[in-house]
Design a protein around this ligand. Structure first.
Ligand SMILES: [Cu+2]
Length: 491
């Protein structure tokens, strides 16, 4: 490929909807010589990603971005991922810990690099092989070397991220994923994500502690007939949802057993409406919800279905009440996800229900506390290069909204499009006032935002100054412009 050809590829990459992706040949490059990892076929026991745990207040780890050769339900793929596998390792840390994460970009340069803009004198680059790291949902500083998504790490380079987790951080399930504007969907839609657990007081409740934990990173890797994901058009192929890199795995429980599932919708675009159904009849097993988006509820909530839009997580308890075969299903777009077999034996464990420990970050926000209100809209612009917008503009690095530290804001967000747009903001969670089918008062960092509807929430811009973003967590929409910067400033 000549430089001139690369430049044409770069221009074509902007036309996401037309599917004129960059002309790249993924079979060439960093994968040469690496063994094919064979993931279990459907019908085999659910496996857990490798777990890395903090010790003495520190987890010091490396995450290698690379082309990974593995199988998904028998399909051999060669996709961008972490540490050679379909899903990143689970990072298991506590409030008060330091997380040092060296991101090593070992991807070959298969796609041209574009300079996008300059942030504080530093050039931001994009391209499918330029990457970075975002800790989704974490209340940590947005300034480098912490959760600064304006960092770009080019192939052959690395970056030493370091995050200080607040001691009283809401304990629950989070995840990490790539977040380079213009390439987020293709990287996350290829498998660049992994679970991040923050432990705290909720984990010391005996009946919760006794439950066997299962991390379930639900991803929707998309690939062409060659097992590759060379362009945005490929992100619309296929319909399978994988859990920890497995299609239709089997989860076994004993009658009376209680398990704690850490559910993560890491798909780049597929919403999941989770249910546990009993052999195609309407009977379901309930989920006992502990945390939504890592935020413990005031008290446990029993539900028969659980809607997780892309970016949402849930910590749930599940009890094997009655022996039989059940199916974990993900709704219209998610399809069947797993088989659950409840065996006729085992001790009767306590299914915890009741109050959960209060967290200082999740005190209700009254109307009287609100210092500023905003109305904003998510939109869509037709044309040669269709784009998704916030207040009629596609994302630009240059115009973050200035928000004074310690502001408490109420946002009314209007969806003026025919598409749902899971709303996500970095650094601080928000408390839902109305909309999205969400119970008012719920704390989230990602919210269901249906077509033509309005959502309202309140949030505190506390503790951290710096630049970060809110955006649609259908990551294809984000890459097509539906993102806006905020800059929290000293007052
Ligand atoms: Cu969207």
């Amino acid at each position: 490929m000549t430089n001139s050809d690369k430049f044409k590829g770069s221009l074509h990459r902007r036309h996401f909807l037309q599917g004129l992706g960059a002309a790249t040949i993924l079979g060439v490059g960093g994968c040469a010589g690496k063994d094919l990892i064979v993931s279990p076929y459907s019908g085999q026991p659910l496996q857990q990603p490798l777990v890395e745990t903090s010790e003495d207040g520190l987890l010091d780890t490396k995450v290698v971005s690379q082309m990974c050769r593995y199988t998904l339900d028998g399909d051999a793929v060669n996709l961008r991922g972490y540490n050679g596998k379909p899903v990143g390792n689970t990072l298991d840390i506590k409030g008060g810990d330091t997380l040092k994460l060296k991101l090593i970009n070992d991807m070959p340069l298969l796609d041209p690099i574009d300079a996008v803009c300059t942030i504080d004198g530093v050039m931001l680059y994009t391209g499918y092989d330029v990457t970075n790291m975002h800790l989704h949902g974490l209340h940590v500083s947005p300034k480098a070397p912490s959760d600064d998504i304006f960092i770009s790490v080019k192939p052959g380079h690395s970056y030493p991220y370091e995050y200080e987790i607040p001691k009283d951080h809401p304990p629950g399930t989070y995840f990490y994923h790539a977040h380079v504007h213009g390439s987020t969907a293709i990287q996350v839609g290829s498998g660049m994500s992994g679970a991040l657990i923050i432990r705290g007081d909720i984990d010391d409740i005996p009946a919760i502690k006794a439950a066997k934990e299962q991390v379930m990173v639900m991803q929707t890797q998309r690939f062409d007939a060659k097992g590759e994901c060379p362009d945005y058009a490929t992100l619309n192929l296929g319909d399978k949802t994988y859990i920890n890199g497995q299609y239709l795995p089997v989860i076994r429980m004993k009658k009376g057993e209680v398990q704690r599932w850490r559910l993560i919708n890491a798909s780049h675009k597929v919403p999941l409406n989770l249910k546990m159904e009993w052999y195609r009849y309407t009977t379901t097993m309930p989920f006992t919800v502990l945390c939504l988006d890592g935020n413990p509820l005031p008290k446990t909530r029993e539900v028969n279905s659980l809607e997780l839009v892309p970016g949402n997580r849930a910590d749930v308890l599940v009890k094997g009440f009655s022996p039989g075969t059940y199916y974990l299903t993900g709704g219209v777009e998610g399809g069947n996800l797993a088989t659950i077999i409840v065996e006729d034996e085992g001790e009767d464990m306590t299914l915890y229900s009741g109050d959960l420990p209060e967290n200082p970050h999740l005190k209700p926000i009254s109307a009287a506390e609100v210092t500023f209100g905003r109305r904003l809209e998510f939109g869509f612009v037709y044309g040669q290069s269709p784009s998704f917008t916030v207040n009629d503009k596609v994302f630009s690095c240059d115009d973050p909204w200035q928000i004074p530290l310690n502001s408490v804001e109420e946002w009314e967000v209007y969806n003026h499009t025919a598409y749902p747009h899971p709303f996500h903001i970095h650094v601080n969670p928000f408390q839902v006032v109305s909309g999205g089918g969400i119970e008012p008062g719920t704390w989230l960092d990602t919210m269901n935002f249906p077509a033509y509807e309005r959502i309202t929430f309140r949030t505190r811009f506390q503790k951290y100054t710096g630049k970060y973003v809110f955006h649609c967590h259908n990551l294809m929409h984000e890459d097509m412009g539906m993102m806006q910067g905020v800059e929290v400033t000293e007052t």
